[in-house]
Write a protein that binds this ligand. Structure first.
Ligand SMILES: [Zn+2]
Length: 334
């Protein structure tokens, strides 16, 4: 047990609500809707989340979402996800939700969805969660624009701070979303985009040049293009890296080969995140201990990663100050 990492108050800025709640909560939802012949017990459910590759991961993501059918289910999973954050000593998190995945299940009112999520989050007082809308690229820019207009009305009251595009990155490049991102900025949303995970550096260049993002979701493959790394370092574009996620989806074969070390040493603003802990069976503790063990990150490096995360976050200045003050208590520890 690494006491330092366990006790460290943590921050996470790349986390999907639909894969951040507990396995027990998913089991309860499956039972609520009559059970599933493929998963007869918790072990089957755990095994379901061992992935061959990225497309296989997406396939099981869709399967799981089939058990989120009513608006009330989002209150349940949001409360469960917030409890998971508290369990991991995560003080502040930015969590995305993907309305497009659920309009297909008949939940067409994105505001109501966000309202239920906020209601569930509010039941857990010990952590601060801000929301990000994932305008999943599989559904196209027009649908993305529709959610933006809808959610702009409630963004302040429900704590929705930004947008991203997740989904099948290997099939849908970022460029067609240029207009959507422009609109998002005009409506006051901060912008990130998944890039450089299932696709290479080209997708990151696209997110930077066409979408003008504030941060990159993942960006783990940026090291395939030295010019891109130079640019990211120079412009201080934060990377939402997700080490264990990359291993689980086979984007990276081995933790000792993960680009986080190179990027950190080059001076890039890197952050560590869990992405989909329900599906990868990981936690912030696991991700941080993995990079410590396999890539030689020291405790002071880990504090720096946490500072990077809060400074790259879209939290208020007072939340940022409060967290940096809490972190300073850990600065002198070995
Ligand atoms: Zn993600």
């Amino acid at each position: 047990m690494d006491i330092f990492i366990q006790k460290l108050p943590k921050v996470e800025i790349h986390l999907h609500l639909e894969a951040a709640f507990s396995l027990e909560t998913l089991w309860d939802l499956i039972q609520k809707y009559g059970g599933d012949h493929e998963v007869m017990d918790m072990n089957n459910l755990r095994e379901k989340f061992i992935f061959k590759d990225f497309p296989h991961f997406i396939k099981n993501w869709v399967w799981k979402n089939n058990y989120l059918r009513e608006y009330e289910d989002f209150e349940i999973i949001a409360k469960s996800a917030a409890e998971e954050l508290v369990r991991q000593n995560i003080f502040y998190a930015e969590m995305s939700f993907t309305p497009g995945d659920f309009s297909r299940n008949g939940l067409t009112n994105a505001c109501l969805l966000a309202e239920k999520i906020r209601k569930g989050l509010n039941k857990v007082k010990e952590t601060n969660v801000q929301l990000i809308v994932d305008l999943c690229r599989d559904y196209g820019p027009d649908e993305g624009k529709h959610y933006l207009y809808e959610l702009a009305e409630v963004k302040e009251s429900l704590g929705i701070v930004g947008i991203t595009i997740g989904g099948s990155e290997h099939e849908f490049p970022p460029e067609p979303y240029a207009e959507v991102y422009k609109l998002a900025r005009e409506l006051g949303f901060k912008c990130s985009a998944h890039a450089g995970e299932a696709s290479g550096p080209k997708s990151i260049w696209g997110a930077i040049e066409s979408l003008k993002v504030d941060r990159i979701g993942h960006g783990v493959r940026s090291t395939e293009d030295p010019k891109l790394v130079d640019y990211i370092v120079e412009k201080k574009i934060p990377l939402e890296l997700c080490p264990i996620s990359n291993i689980k989806t086979n984007v990276i074969s081995d933790m000792s080969k993960h680009s986080i070390r190179i990027l950190y040493d080059r001076g890039a603003v890197v952050t560590v995140n869990t992405d989909d802990p329900l599906m990868f069976n990981n936690s912030m503790y696991d991700d941080l201990t993995e990079i410590k063990q396999h890539l030689g990150f020291s405790n002071s490096d880990i504090i720096q990663l946490m500072k990077n995360a809060i400074n790259s976050s879209w939290a208020t200045e007072s939340v940022k100050r409060e967290y940096v003050k809490r972190l300073s208590l850990y600065d002198d520890l070995p």
